[in-house]
Write a new protein. Sequence first.
Length: 83
Amino acid sequence: MAAKKKKQGFEEQLAQLEQLVRELESGELELEEGVERYRTGVELLKTLNGSLSTAEQQVEELTATLQQELAQLEEGEGHSAGD
């Protein structure tokens, strides 16, 4: 039975992309190796961009929720202070 491959986290994927860039910049790869590394790098970049977009959306949603809750608290304090 094949073991399940653990999904890499963002930092691990970024480190892998950086390693691919170093290999490509070294100029020591054969053409086929370079093309394959480039292809892998493009796929990693797509995945990383998707992860960043998802994280950004989550932060925006959490910020909006927090702002709503703070506004409700401020409204509540305003009414009790005037009574």
